[in-house]
Design a protein around this ligand. Structure first.
Ligand code: FAD
Ligand code: SIN
Length: 536
């Protein structure tokens, strides 16, 4: 197997990974170079599909302040957000936006060239910057990809999976094993710094807004290596995915459409949010999602509708060009027709426990972006806080790393040799034609038993089925292909989500238990490591 060495390796090329890479190259001394490993093409990521925007508290937005933004974040987080983290991220928002602009990101402006701010659920003021109308993620990701491609000093491996973290017998990070699935080749990458920026877990659910790269790989690798994971029961379901999406990832109808005044209605055009929350369509995401789910369950329908007919067609097209084009593909004219919508798995509040500078419980292993759990989002993320968190954690990680000596002094101990041997060995059983069926089974099981409305019986059933699938799934280390690596990771994450959800005998934020509908007086996060067990 080929061995290479770098000063730092970044796994993942969403906004967190790319921004960290560009800043590291500019600001840190990297004697052995920098590598990005990414599962698909460089641009493919959750980031690319982000629509609504990025929160930024800017001095020129007179109605806003960090205090207000922190308050909104903590309220949405339902008692579990970390106030200090929220403060740090809010206070650094204008700084990272400035840097992104310098890297080529053009946020939308009005006719007087002033930045435009929009609103989404649970924000008390307009404070969300957007780009390309409803293509914020694509515009940021595209600018970062272009910038990075112009720098010949960053190596990039596409179509390559990180499949195993190399930690030594003292549990210090020493690198990662990568698998190029298009060439069927493995490589040992030795590096004192490994940064996980692998995004979320949406693909564990039958219905999701996330693209197919989101199988929780980085979180699963880190957990198996002994890192502490946190808040794993909190999966955010977006209320309004486009219900006509035919297969695969559900296309999103951004919350910003409700921010611009669209109403949720049933098939007869009657609004229903007044039955659930006085903030109506702009109540926190978990409340709107459960309201829609409840309406669908009571009426036996597959979706509800979004009525945006108050917005003139040319205005809708200009403000939401991607949504408009997709609706038109399905013969829906948002200025005249209701848009069919239903909830979908969207974002993971849990992940690898980190500080705001990405440090994890394993020395030399870092995590940023959606794969990390800094404590910002608590039990429920405030809309458009994720891209902001990606940027601020990448920014602070680089501030941390540039103070360190990043020379690669790799030493291979017995533990690492043993791990490498398992990947050098031929696979005893090298085909698993059933992979796609196993993936479908996991996704349906998670949707039905660990989804929007949970209960102990369903969660325990999910746990039992997952244990059975795991027993039959025979690949503990090396797998025959990408799908089987993904199954391995999906099983790890699915088991973690269900065990955390079984343990939380209350309803809080995105975790709703019909057998425990009350919220406990005291809010407590749960965390787990393979070595120290469960806390909280
Ligand atoms: P990602 O952008 O998901 O990138 C992960 C990267 O890791 C990818 O490059 C992937 O290929 C790679 N990867 C994964 N596994 C492996 C592996 N094993 N080996 C190598 N590489 C791997 N948030 C907001 O703040 N505002 C919004 O408006 C918004 N809208 C959204 C709309 C949609 C449809 C979706 C899906 C999400 C939205 N979000 C939004 C959430 C936000 O986009 C994500 O949380 C954020 O972009 C995550 O960025 P990231 O860099 O952490 O991960
Ligand atoms: C959206 O545009 O509705 C998504 C925003 C987010 O997930 O933060």
């Amino acid at each position: 197997m080929k061995h290479t060495r770098y000063s730092a390796v970044i796994i993942g090329s969403g906004i967190a990974g790319l921004y960290a890479a560009i800043k590291l190259r500019k600001e840190a001394n990297l004697p052995d170079g920098l590598l990005i490993i990414t599962k698909s093409q460089l641009i493919e990521s959750n980031s690319k599909y982000a629509q609504g925007g990025m929160v930024c508290v800017m001095p020129e937005n007179k109605l806003d302040s960090c205090t207000l933004h922190i308050e909104d974040t903590l309220k949405a987080g339902a008692g579990l957000s970390d106030a200090k983290v929220a403060e740090f991220i809010s206070e650094n928002s204008a700084r990272v936006v400035k840097e992104l602009q310098n890297l080529g990101v053009d946020f939308d402006r009005d006719e007087n060239n002033r930045l435009k701010f929009t609103k989404e659920a649970a924000h008390s003021v307009n404070r969300i910057l957007h780009a390309g109308g409803d293509a914020t993620g694509f515009c940021i990701e595209n600018a970062l990809v272009k910038y990075l491609m112009s720098d010949k000093n960053i190596d990039v491996y596409e179509q390559t999976l990180a499949v195993e973290l190399l930690t030594d017998s003292k549990n210090i990070n020493r690198g990662v094993i990568a698998y190029n699935y298009s060439e069927n080749e493995y490589e040992v990458i030795e590096s004192p710094v490994v940064i996980i920026a692998t995004g979320g877990i949406g693909q564990l659910y039958k219905y999701t807004t996330n693209p197919d790269i989101t199988t929780g790989d980085g979180i699963a690798l880190a957990y198996r290596a002994g890192a502490v994971v946190k808040d794993m029961e909190f999966v955010q379901f977006h209320p309004t995915a486009f219900a006509l999406t035919e297969k695969g990832t559900m296309f999103l109808i951004s919350e910003a459409v409700r921010g611009e005044g669209a109403k949720l209605v049933d098939e007869d055009g009657f609004t229903f949010m007044e039955k659930y929350d006085k903030r109506l369509e702009l109540a926190p995401r978990d409340i709107v999602t459960r309201a829609i789910y409840n309406e669908m369950r009571e009426k036996g329908t597959k979706n509800v509708y979004l009525d945006a007919t108050h917005i003139e067609e040319n205005k809708f097209e200009k403000r939401f060009p991607t949504i408009y084009a997709t609706c038109r593909e399905y013969n829906i004219n948002p200025a005249k027709d209701y848009i069919p919508v239903s909830p979908s798995a969207h974002y993971f509040m849990g992940g690898i426990k980190t500080k705001v500078n990405g440090t994890t419980s394993i020395e030399g292993l870092y995590a940023i972006g959606e794969a990390a759990c800094t404590g910002l989002h608590g039990a429920n993320r405030l809309a458009s806080n994720s891209i902001l968190e990606c940027a601020v954690t990448a920014f602070e990680l680089v501030n941390h790393l540039k103070m360190l000596n990043l020379e690669n002094n790799f030493v291979q101990d017995n533990k690492i040799s043993k791990i490498i041997e398992t990947y050098e060995a031929e696979l005893f059983n090298d085909s698993n034609s059933d992979a796609q069926n196993i993936i479908k089974e996991i996704k349906l099981l998670m949707w039905e038993n660990a989804g929007i409305i949970r209960n102990g019986e369903k969660l325990n059933k999910a746990k039992e089925v997952l244990e059975n699938i795991s027993k039959e799934f025979s690949y503990n280390y090396k797998c025959p292909d990408r799908s089987n690596y993904e199954i391995r990771n999906m099983l790890t994450i699915a088991k973690l989500i269900t065990s955390f959800a079984i343990n939380r005998k209350e309803s809080r934020g995105a975790h709703y238990r019909e057998d425990f509908p009350q919220r406990d007086k005291i809010a407590k996060s749960q965390e787990l490591s393979r070595f120290a067990g469960m806390k909280g």
